[in-house]
Write a protein that binds this ligand. Structure first.
Ligand code: AQP
Length: 341
């Protein structure tokens, strides 16, 4: 796993090498956890790699969902990502289920995967605890499909939040196993995690901010709605009175500051919190101001994209077209290597 610095080289120094792949589930509203942990880095890396991003609908259906709104969610996830900076001229964006080779490669990888390993995956254990009545095989097999997503494009880099690192390590092991069992073919991809924002907690300050839990701030929410959520959000729980000193390292609000606020504001938070010179509401007001500096232009671009649906349509059509060609080529090789053709 490598850590991404918060700044990136000048465009002139950049040479595109290798393939980068990452995905996002259309399982609800894209939130600032997705932005800080993943999308922000995807945008930074656009010129460094040949980038492929997927709206992973096969993954999303492993949790209970309403089929009548799935297409709207897919569109909304695509639109939010483009608005956040995924320029479709500089990367491919496609819907996973439009490239059926993802599930074909999953089957082959299933035959190389010990069952016990999948049962021990953190995400599987957490999600099955949350929805006891729907612990389906898809949820169990999620990491294998994710490995197929990445390796179908022979990607070398996978920028993700902290929660997905275990799955990328599993992907590396699977690539190695395939290469040893058959012949060297797949690269062993690297997880790229941001140095700040890799794990944003929900507004409850307990579990990870998630689309499927009602604990998130949506990337495209209006400023007033965001303030209404931010104001009561949990901070360092040891800070009960305004006069109690706090510890920013134990506060989710400070973690979010690290993604949105400049260094001098972060210092102001650390000093003010530890000395009780500022209160939590002062800290949140400042965060809101700096979040809006980043989110206002994203929200404006999203509104513009809503008026131009052809931008999303064309991006997804081109993404599917080009990814089908790449996926078909990999599967030709894989069928030959595994003796299926
Ligand atoms: N809270 C988070 N902090 C930092 N990064 C996060 N990511 C997700 N939540 C956080 C990163 O966002 C990318 C896309 O995530 P995903 O949609 O594939 O799945 P997820 O991790 O399961 O996201 P959610 O929001 O929690 O969805 P649900 O509720 O449907 O399970 C990934 O790179 C992830 O690391």
């Amino acid at each position: 796993m490598s850590e991404l610095p918060d700044s990136r080289p000048e465009a002139a120094e950049i040479q595109r090498t290798g393939i980068l792949f990452s995905g996002i589930q259309p399982s609800g509203n894209i939130h600032i956890g997705n932005y800080c942990g993943a999308i922000r880095n995807w945008v930074r890396l656009l010129d460094d790699y040949h980038c492929i991003f997927s709206i992973v609908d096969y993954h999303a259906i492993t949790a209970p969902y309403d089929p009548s709104i799935m297409q709207a969610r897919i569109r909304q996830a695509t639109l939010a990502n483009i608005a956040a900076g995924l320029d479709p001229e500089r990367c491919l964006i496609f819907v996973q289920s439009q490239v059926p080779e993802h599930t074909e490669l999953t089957w082959i990888f299933n035959t190389l995967t010990p069952m016990g390993l999948l049962g021990r995956m953190t995400q599987f254990k957490e999600k099955s605890r949350r929805s006891e009545e729907n612990i389906n095989v898809g949820l169990y097999d999620y990491p294998v499909l994710q490995a197929a997503d990445v390796l179908l494009y022979r990607a070398e880099a996978v920028p993700v939040g902290e929660d997905q690192v275990q799955h990328i390590e599993f992907t590396r092991d699977l690539a190695r196993k395939f290469n040893l069992r058959f012949e060297p073919y797949f690269p062993e991809p690297q997880a790229l995690v941001p140095s700040s924002g890799a794990r944003i907690l929900g507004l409850d300050g307990k579990s990870k901010m998630s689309k499927s839990l009602d604990n998130y701030i949506g990337l495209l929410e209006e400023p007033e709605a965001i303030w209404e959520k931010l104001r009561p959000a949990v901070t360092d729980e040891k800070r009960i009175r305004r006069s109690d000193p706090g510890e920013p390292g134990d506060c989710n609000i400070y973690t979010i500051h690290q993604c949105f606020s400049p260094p001098e504001v972060q210092e102001w938070v650390v000093d003010g919190c530890r000395s009780a010179g500022i209160g939590c509401i002062d800290c949140k007001r400042k965060l809101h101001e700096h979040m809006m500096n980043v989110l206002d232009p994203i929200r404006e671009r999203a509104k513009e994209l809503e008026r131009k649906p052809e931008v999303v349509d064309e991006a997804l059509a081109r993404g599917a077209r080009e990814c089908r060609v790449r996926a078909a080529a990999t599967m030709e090789d894989v069928r030959r290597i595994t003796g299926l053709r």
